[in-house]
Design a binder for this molecule. Structure first.
Ligand code: ZN
Length: 510
């Protein structure tokens, strides 16, 4: 598949890429396994951060850096880094302040802000630490950012990634690769078949350990130790918001934290541990400086990624748009856009590929997309000036009978825009029509239209003390009735907290 959408990004798509990468690594390690079997017993080492014996046979410290460097370039290719020198400098500075207080200050750390609206942070072996644009938007002060980074550094110093990687190899996790559905990694991933060895499954014990280490590191670095608990609380509230957004059909697909919610137990534990730290009232929080740094930060998908705008998916940079079925969720992936119905499990994937100029859409569909397999009757029509060929076939998704619709739209002379629909038997007529309407709504955006479509941004303002939360929230550009909750989540406010005069708050504008 041609990576025309190389600047789209989402965890979901990267999970698939990560899985492929991990499987490649697994295969290599498997070959080595036979020769190093004798090392098994001898290879439990004592970790300097946790003081525990560890089983990390397959990834000695020296090779962590190599594995990390290799994965790092893949992650950058998938997500892109936020192009904001000030923001990058801040994250690197906060990280650099923590590193000297860790047990492995010799590790060369690399801090990266990934350009994705997902709220996430993770670390790779070899000192690669990532926070997302979405996470920076959710945090409310420098100490919370420090807590997240310190937690991830905790995973590195405790060598959780290396430990998990070794366990995965030993138990064969990830080697049960599944049937290829719809010929798409995105589809596999959406149907819950994807997994990632790095990003998804630290154990509860490892999470607690990283919290404990993180609190210790930030306290020693001069930050408020309660920041870990306050950020975990923000995550917990954000998960509630995401669930409600999903319920209203306006949300994006579940992120890591909505599938792995922060538990109340974890918040209580970090609160108790903060109370045991030796710190004074000079401990850094820095609400104001941090918020000022976020002024005008893109919120949600960026123009380079394409975003949802008044019921349409619009991509100002690439110059196309199409109508979204109501009540569906969208996952804007690196290589494709996935559109899903929570009710009927109807699924659509949209992407674009380069084709030979001059080829008819029917020829492309029959000979290239379906590779000469029986396409049956192909319908030819024109969609907003674009010649389009549509094939309908009976097939199965996840073992269940479904109608598969393949639509090839001639977007440019050498580019096809493709819709791949999976409509389970039992889907309502209205849903089927909405899915087909998506195909027939595809259009090229004019330069003027593209210029008018702006992504959402964070704006920081000082409260005059005259406004209440619901009034301040009402102006945000969402029509799902969740603005007050969204404002509270964004600003770390509980359901009863009021605005304080002279304090800075974040809001969203478009
Ligand atoms: Zn963690």
């Amino acid at each position: 598949m041609v990576k025309l959408f190389s600047s789209f990004m989402h965890m979901g798509a990267s999970r698939a890429a990560g899985l492929r990468a991990s499987l490649g690594a697994l295969r290599a390690v498997h070959l080595a396994l036979l020769s190093v079997l004798g090392l098994f017993i001898a290879s439990c080492s004592t970790n300097p951060a946790t003081g525990e014996k560890q089983f990390t046979a397959f990834m000695p410290a020296a090779s962590e850096a190599n594995v990390g460097a290799e994965e790092h370039s893949k992650i950058l290719a998938q997500y892109g880094a936020v192009d904001d020198a000030q923001l990058r400098a801040m994250v690197t500075e906060v990280g650099g302040r923590i590193v000297p207080f860790t047990e492995r200050p010799d590790v060369r750390y690399t801090f990266t802000v990934l350009d994705t609206p997902d709220v996430n942070a993770f670390a790779l072996p070899g000192g690669y630490v990532y926070v997302t644009r979405g996470l920076l938007a959710l945090a409310n002060n420098e100490a919370e950012l420090a807590a997240v980074i310190a937690h991830e550094i905790g995973h590195v110093t405790a060598r959780h990634s290396a430990e998990r990687y070794s366990r995965s190899v030993a138990t064969g996790l990830g080697t049960t690769l599944l049937s290829v559905l719809l010929d798409s990694d995105g589809a596999n991933d959406l149907l819950g078949l994807g997994s990632n060895l790095y990003l998804s499954s630290y154990s509860r014990t490892q999470e607690h350990q990283a919290d404990t280490l993180g609190i210790r590191y930030i306290t020693q670095a001069g930050y408020d130790p309660y920041a870990m608990a306050s950020f975990l609380t923000a995550l917990e509230r954000n998960t509630e918001l995401k669930k409600k957004e999903m319920g209203s059909g306006a949300g994006s697909a579940p992120s890591y934290f909505s599938t792995h919610p922060v538990t109340q137990e974890r918040v209580s534990k970090t609160l108790a541990e903060a109370g045991q730290q030796n710190y004074n009232d000079k401990a850094v929080v820095n609400h104001e400086g941090y918020l000022n740094m976020l002024q005008n930060l893109v919120y949600g998908d960026s123009a380079a990624q394409g975003f949802v705008h008044t019921g349409r998916f619009v991509h100002p940079k690439l110059g196309f748009a199409f109508t979204l079925p109501k009540g569906f969720t969208i996952q804007n992936g690196a290589k494709e856009i996935a559109i899903m119905s929570g009710k009927s499990n109807a699924l659509a994937l949209a992407d674009s590929v380069a084709v030979q100029s001059g080829q008819s859409m029917e020829t492309y569909l029959r000979t290239v997309w379906l590779k000469g397999k029986n396409a049956g009757t192909v319908e030819n029509r024109v969609v907003n000036g674009h010649p389009t060929a549509i094939a309908t076939q009976q097939g199965a998704v996840n073992g269940k009978a479904a109608t598969l619709v393949l639509a090839a739209v001639q977007w440019k002379p050498d580019t096809v825009f493709r819709f791949h629909l999976a409509l389970p038997s039992g889907i309502t007529e209205a849903e089927r029509n909405a899915m087909m309407q998506m195909v027939s709504s595809f259009q090229t955006l004019s330069a003027e239209d593209a210029a008018r479509l702006k992504p959402k941004r964070l704006v920081v303002f000082e409260s005059s003390g005259l406004q209440n939360v619901s009034k301040a929230a009402a102006k945000m550009p969402f029509d799902d009735g969740l603005n007050e909750l969204r404002f509270r989540v964004l600003n770390g406010l509980s359901s009863s907290d009021a605005l304080q005069k002279g304090r800075l708050y974040k809001t969203i504008v478009q």
